[in-house]
Write a protein that binds this ligand. Structure first.
Ligand code: SF4
Length: 374
């Protein structure tokens, strides 16, 4: 993990989560560790099935009973995995809160938004109904819902998608949590509303100084908010670094693939948007060696990539990567420069379709594991 900004409030250590099935165990999270401290935002990024949401549910204690969870989830030094369900319930929604992706499903349609907010307040505080109502109106105001007094008595279906998500944020912060987990909080929203909800998040985080875990498949979402980023693939952490290092000096081909599919907003497009080829692997039968090797343009096949699993290793202070070739990947600038002539060609309209052969990451045969002749 990159240099700490503060003492960790939450430390996850060697977390493993598996689900037994008739065909064998599905290892959804495989040895993930991270810390997050007060007023810090950790972005956890990956495609569907990377294990990021299962990680958050393991922290919250919301996994189905059949899930097998090992490792440690230390909240202020107490391992949550050793607590009784009743003790975990007391923490949930109080000291540790979560914002879910689908606000409509998370809110109860038969109660007003204000009633649900007031219940969230009363669940963890001994206050009168009137005090809980005042607090819930205040919470709606904090998350930027106009005319909060009137909105307090409306039902979820009377709220727009963006307002429902704000109401979910209000519910999550009702008890000033120490840890706030947001699982794809903007995925169901259109782009303009996404930006508004993220802005609410930023304001809330500044106000509460909570430790925030922001889970998303979209690196763009973490760009303006996260201090550190943990990139997950096939249940494992494959790159961990400060946010700037992820965006400007990524040392893992998968992270670069995620970045390659992000459009620039400054209009200076020097590279073509490239999506990562193929599909995420089966977690029941993951590929041998590096799980990313079937999709990776840098894989030495056959070779170390499909034989040896790369460990998450420090390649610079505060920057870790699980790639045999991390130290020898071309710089992001060099990779963009290499790709620029193709982009010009494409922009001139003379080529249609994705590039064949090496992508912007550079030719495969220039890369060999450190110490190996090539
Ligand atoms: Fe690609 Fe090999 Fe690095 Fe895995 S270890 S990301 S397959 S180059």
């Amino acid at each position: 993990m990159a240099e700490r900004l503060s003492e960790p409030i939450l430390s996850v250590r060697d977390l493993h989560v598996s689900f037994p099935t008739d065909d064998g165990a599905v290892l959804a999270v495989d040895g993930v560790s991270f810390d997050v401290g007060e007023n810090e935002v950790l972005g956890v990024v990956g495609e569907s099935g990377s294990g990021k949401s299962v990680t958050s549910l393991a922290i919250m204690g919301l996994l189905p009973k059949r899930a097998v969870v090992t490792g440690e989830v230390l909240f202020r030094g107490v391992d949550l995995l050793t607590l009784r369900e009743r003790e975990r319930q007391e923490l949930r929604g109080g000291r540790i809160a979560m914002v879910f992706q689908d606000a409509l499903a998370a809110l109860n349609p038969v109660f007003t938004v204000g009633h649900q907010l007031a219940e969230a307040v009363r669940a963890h505080n001994e206050v009168s109904r009137q005090e809980a109502k005042s607090r819930s109106v205040e919470l709606l105001d904090i998350v930027g819902i106009p005319n909060p007094k009137a909105r307090h008595d409306q039902y979820p279906h009377e709220f727009s998608g963006g307002m429902r998500q704000r109401a979910m944020i209000a519910m999550a912060i009702a008890n000033d949590p120490d840890v706030l987990i947001a699982d794809e909080p903007t995925t169901a929203l259109d782009v303009t509303i996404q930006a508004q909800v993220l802005e609410v998040f930023e304001r809330i985080q500044e106000r509460t100084r909570s430790a925030v875990i922001l889970i998303t498949h979209d690196l763009g979402v973490v760009a303006g908010m996260a201090d550190h980023v943990l990139v997950m693939y096939a249940g494992r952490a494959v790159e961990v670094a400060e946010v700037d290092d992820i965006f400007y000096d990524s040392k893992h081909p998968y992270t670069r693939g995620l970045l390659g599919s992000l459009p620039r907003v400054d209009g200076v497009e020097t590279r073509r948007l490239v999506r990562i080829k193929g599909q995420p692997p089966s977690l029941l039968h993951p590929p041998p060696g590096c799980a990313f090797h079937p999709r990776c343009d840098h894989a030495d096949l056959p070779g170390s990539c499909n034989e040896d699993r790369p460990e998450l290793a420090e390649i610079a202070p505060g920057h870790r990567s699980a790639c045999h070739f991390a130290a020898r990947l071309p710089t992001v600038e060099a990779a963009d420069a290499e790709f620029a002539p193709l982009v010009d060609h494409l922009n001139a309209g003379s080529v249609v379709g994705p590039p064949s052969g090496p992508t912007e990451l550079g030719p495969v045969d220039t890369l060999r594991p450190p110490g190996e002749a090539g």
